[in-house]
Structure formats: structure tokens, C-alpha cells
Ligand binder design. Structure first.
Ligand code: SF4
Ligand code: SF4
Ligand code: SF4
Length: 503
């Protein structure tokens, strides 16, 4: 076999003076990096820097280092581009990857700062005063009507009819991740944590495993183009239904779950043949216009007793017009998935080069819906690399009602962002269906970590609200005057409708 030109990306270094020769690293590595012959021997070329072995080595004697090969500098032909050409010259195939965009695009969130009260407008101490994080997704009344109550006082009631809403005790949801792309134990962890936090998890492309039925009041069921697992019972189990049109990591293309991940249980849950690749087509074959989308929204409402229906789209150039059409088609929320959103598997060329940042999309959509007088008809959920409670607060200030987090939840469960999800070998037992790996996640342990994460971000959000002098997350929504830009150009500030710092 001809020699590969690809050099290992990482070097596995073992300090054999400290090594106990226990073999635990051999068991822990999902990518079979190690062989054991009296002591562990690593094959560097297989290592993905997932750090499972490093974490579990009792002697702390393993280190993973970048393989710093000195290539001649060429800012045009960066080392990654050269590696990709060698790789594709060997494989002739599309390069797949997992997790989110890793290109050094500007992070707009990192160039926005929040306001705080000083002197004349008092801040609020969230430890001493109530702070409301609860929010509702769905159509809100446009106005309230005030009328005499006959006893000398007034009665206030919604001026327009109340639609079914979905309650979130804190403005965070778990992003869609299908059973198949992640393990059942990950789904159970998410469902249990969603119930404890009063929030929602999402089935991803469909199929709801029977073990999750007890948590169905905290589950959004998704209808994707492949219609995996979709039947009337499935639709009626979720608290809301989500039509997946697009995904931030791979706008405009369909999904692909490799056959190795379709075991018997995944096959039953998703209603697809065992061992065959699950391909979701790029388009829904019954949606070619906003009218078609409207038809599907109302079919799903009709089939589910008029549950809220959301529509998830990838953020692309004309996202504001698309969102406007979705709201006019009757959706209760629009889920915007930015171009840094995670994925279980995507062509790296699509993931890294298609779509627009979530910050721009939130602002553009919120502005458009306000301008058209339809902002109250639907909520905005923002996703695509929400990394901290600061990103959460800034997303809400830009106009989102709530955010969805996916990569952060996997990181809470151990993920080290090695980008190998598509291989099914995840050492942390997350994006795999191999029983010897999936059992590494105890759902009780996972639920506790996810609950801690959501509680921690919620506490931090309360601190931020207090500093801003507002006592409800609803008061922050769309308050772009509480944001300032640092180091963003004038055009970006104009689109965001955010002033530069100092003004
Ligand atoms: S886990 Fe650590 S101590 Fe055990 S064999 Fe591997 S390197 Fe040595
Ligand atoms: S792939 Fe992960 S577990 Fe395996 S050697 Fe590399 S860091 Fe260790
Ligand atoms: S989920 Fe697993 S395979 Fe995917 S990036 Fe994280 S550690 Fe790697």
C-alpha cells in the first residue's frame, strides 16, 4: 500500500517512569490508539485529542501535544489546506467532520458589551429581590384591554385571543440532537435535566425512544425531511412540534447518519432499517413555498390538538425575509441556527463556508418582524454556538426570546471538541452507539451535570439582569440600547442596530 502523506496531528506522550502499566488508557480510548505489551504503546496517527485517556490515567502521565511540524510559511497555503489536499488526493471523497465551525471568523458576541446601572438608575440585587427568568414561546396578544370591573377598579385582559404557548422556566433549551447521532443515555440525561430545570429537550431528526415517554412534557418532537419516527402518537407526545428545514452547520443540505450507528433500538425508534444509512433529503419533498409550509404547520397542529409548531432554519443571507414568511405561515416560533452551530456529521466545506453569524440573524429577524408588526405572533429561538451566559444575555438583548444549546451540553458531559462525532468512536460515550462506550454516560450523572450548567447560567443571567436594573428577562428582550459594540465596523453596527461604545 502506498505511504500516506498525512502526518499525525497530535503526539501522544507517556512518561513511562510514572506509568503504572495498568492498561486503563487502552480501555478508555475509543479510537484504538493504544496497544499493550507490558506497557501501552500509542499509534499517534489515530489520536484525535479527545483527552479521555489523559483524564482517566491514574498516574497523570499522559500528555497530548500538537505535532508541530515545521512547514515552510505561506499565509495563502495554510498547513490545514495543504493537509486537506493530500487527504483528498488519497481518498477522492468529501471530507466529513463533527461539531461546529472551527474557522477563525470574528465572534460578534465577543465584540458586544452590556450596559450596567450607575448612580441615577438603581441596579437590582438578585439575591434579595425576585428576578423573573420564565418566558413563554408562542404567539402573544398584541394588546391588552382595560375595562371597569364594576367595583370601582379595572380589569385587564388580553386584547387578542391567547394561543397555546410553551413554558420555559429559564430562557434556555437543549438543541435538537437525534437518538442515533447521540446515545440513548445522552437523550435520557437531557430529558431528565430538562424536566428538573423546567425547560425542553428536542428529539432532533426524530424518533422518541419509549424510555423518554415519562419526560414527554419537556420534549419537542421534530419533523425532519426524512420524517424519521413520525406518526400521530409521536406528534402527540411532544409538548411542541418542530419542523426542521435547515441546520446551521450544514445549510441547504440534508442529514446523513451512517449505518454503523443504526442499531436495532435506533432502527425501531426512528423507523428505519437497521444498519442502513439514514439520509434526510435536503428539501422537504412537500415544501416548495411558504404556502406549502403553512399547509404542513396546520396539518401538524390539526394532528396534535393544536400544539405549538416551530420551524428551524439555518441562518442564510435573506434570513429576515424567510423568517417573516415562516411567521406569516403560522409558526409559533422560529428557530435560528447560526453558522457556528454543531453537528454530528457534516462536510467540512459546507460547515465552514456557508451561512451567516447568529448575532446578525437575530437582529435582522427581530427588526424585520417588528417593522412588519408581527413580532408578537411568534418567538425567536437563537442557537449556533451559545457558549456562556454572556452569549445568552446578548442574544436576548439582540431580540431572541430564548437560546438553544447543543455543543455546550455535550461538553458538560465530557466532550473535548475532538470533532470525531461522525466516526461513531466517541471515547466519552456521547456520539456513538457502541455499548462499551455508551455505558460511560450514566443518565443520572449526566442529568446532574446538565442541571448544574443550566442553573449556573441562569444565576449568572440574573446577575446580569440585576446589573442592568431590570427584574425580568422579558424586559431585556430586544433591548439593543443596552448593548454597545467594541471594534465592530459601522455597517455591522447598523445591521445590529447597536451603537459603538462611547455613544
Ligand atoms: S492509564 Fe496511565 S498509568 Fe495506566 S497504563 Fe496508561 S499511561 Fe500507564
Ligand atoms: S484519541 Fe483520546 S483517548 Fe485516544 S489517545 Fe488520543 S486523547 Fe487519548
Ligand atoms: S462528542 Fe465525542 S466525538 Fe464528538 S467532539 Fe465531543 S468528544 Fe469528540
Amino acid at each position: 500500500m502506498p505511504m500516506s502523506l498525512i502526518q499525525p496531528a497530535f503526539r501522544v506522550h507517556i512518561d513511562y517512569d510514572k506509568c503504572h502499566k495498568c492498561g486503563r488508557c487502552v480501555q478508555q480510548c475509543g479510537w484504538s490508539v493504544y496497544t499493550f505489551n507490558g506497557r501501552p504503546f500509542p499509534d499517534d496517527s489515530r489520536c484525535r485529542a479527545c483527552h479521555r485517556c489523559v483524564t482517566y490515567c491514574p498516574a497523570h502521565c499522559i500528555s497530548i501535544q500538537k505535532n508541530e511540524l515545521a512547514l515552510r510559511e505561506n499565509p495563502n497555503w495554510m498547513p490545514g489546506l495543504r493537509q486537506n489536499i493530500w487527504r483528498q488526493a488519497e481518498s477522492g471523497g468529501v471530507m466529513l467532520t463533527g461539531m461546529g465551525n472551527d474557522k477563525p471568523y470574528l465572534s460578534i458576541f465577543d465584540h458586544l458589551v452590556l450596559d450596567a446601572c450607575q448612580v441615577t438608575n438603581p441596579s437590582i440585587d438578585p439575591l434579595r429581590e425576585p428576578m423573573e427568568l420564565r418566558t413563554y414561546l408562542g404567539c402573544k396578544p398584541d394588546r391588552v384591554e382595560v375595562e371597569p370591573n364594576g367595583r370601582g377598579g379595572f380589569r385587564v385582559r388580553p386584547g387578542t385571543g391567547l394561543e397555546k404557548n410553551v413554558r420555559l422556566d429559564t430562557p434556555i433549551m437543549f438543541s435538537p440532537m437525534s437518538y442515533g447521532s447521540v446515545s440513548l443515555n445522552v437523550h435520557k440525561s437531557l430529558a431528565m435535566a430538562a424536566e428538573r430545570c423546567g425547560i425542553l429537550m428536542n428529539t432532533g431528526e426524530g424518533g422518541l425512544h419509549a424510555d423518554l415517554y415519562p419526560y414527554q412534557d419537556n420534549v419537542i418532537v421534530q419533523v425532519a425531511s426524512g420524517r424519521f419516527g413520525v406518526n400521530p402518537e409521536y406528534l402527540n407526545r411532544g409538548v411542541a412540534i418542530e419542523i426542521k428545514v435547515g441546520q446551521g452547520a450544514k445549510p441547504g443540505i440534508g442529514g446523513h447518519l451512517p449505518g454503523e450507528k443504526i442499531n436495532r433500538e435506533v432502527s425501531v425508534t426512528r423507523m428505519i432499517p437497521q444498519g442502513t444509512d439514514a439520509i434526510s433529503p435536503a428539501p422537504h419533498h412537500d415544501i416548495y413555498s411558504i404556502e406549502d409550509l403553512k399547509q404542513l404547520i396546520y396539518s401538524l397542529k390539526e394532528a396534535s390538538g393544536y400544539k405549538p409548531v416551530g420551524v428551524k432554519i439555518a441562518t442564510v443571507h435573506n434570513v429576515a425575509a424567510i423568517a417573516s414568511g415562516i411567521v406569516r405561515a403560522g409558526a409559533d416560533y422560529v428557530y435560528l441556527d447560526g453558522f457556528k452551530g454543531g453537528t454530528g456529521a457534516a462536510p467540512s466545506i459546507i460547515r465552514d463556508h456557508i451561512g451567516i453569524p447568529i448575532e446578525i440573524a437575530i437582529a435582522a429577524v427581530d427588526t424585520r418582524l417588528r417593522a412588519e408588526g408581527i413580532r408578537n405572533r411568534a418567538s425567536i429561538v437563537a442557537a449556533g454556538s451559545i457558549r456562556s451566559s454572556a452569549d445568552l444575555a446578548k442574544a436576548i438583548a439582540l431580540g431572541a426570546d430564548a437560546v438553544a444549546i447543543g455543543s455546550a451540553t455535550l461538553m458538560a458531559l465530557g466532550c473535548h471538541l475532538c470533532q470525531g462525532c461522525h466516526t461513531g468512536n466517541c471515547s466519552w460515550g456521547l456520539t456513538t452507539q457502541k455499548p462499551e462506550l455508551t455505558r460511560r454516560v450514566d443518565p443520572e450523572w449526566g442529568a446532574e451535570r446538565l442541571t448544574n450548567l443550566v442553573h449556573a447560567w441562569s444565576h449568572e443571567l440574573q446577575e446580569i439582569l440585576g446589573a442592568l436594573g431590570v427584574n425580568a428577562v422579558e424586559s431585556l428582550r430586544g433591548s439593543r440600547e443596552r448593548l454597545r459594540a467594541v471594534g465592530l465596523d459601522a455597517q455591522t453596527c447598523e445591521i445590529l442596530d447597536v451603537k459603538p461604545a462611547g455613544r
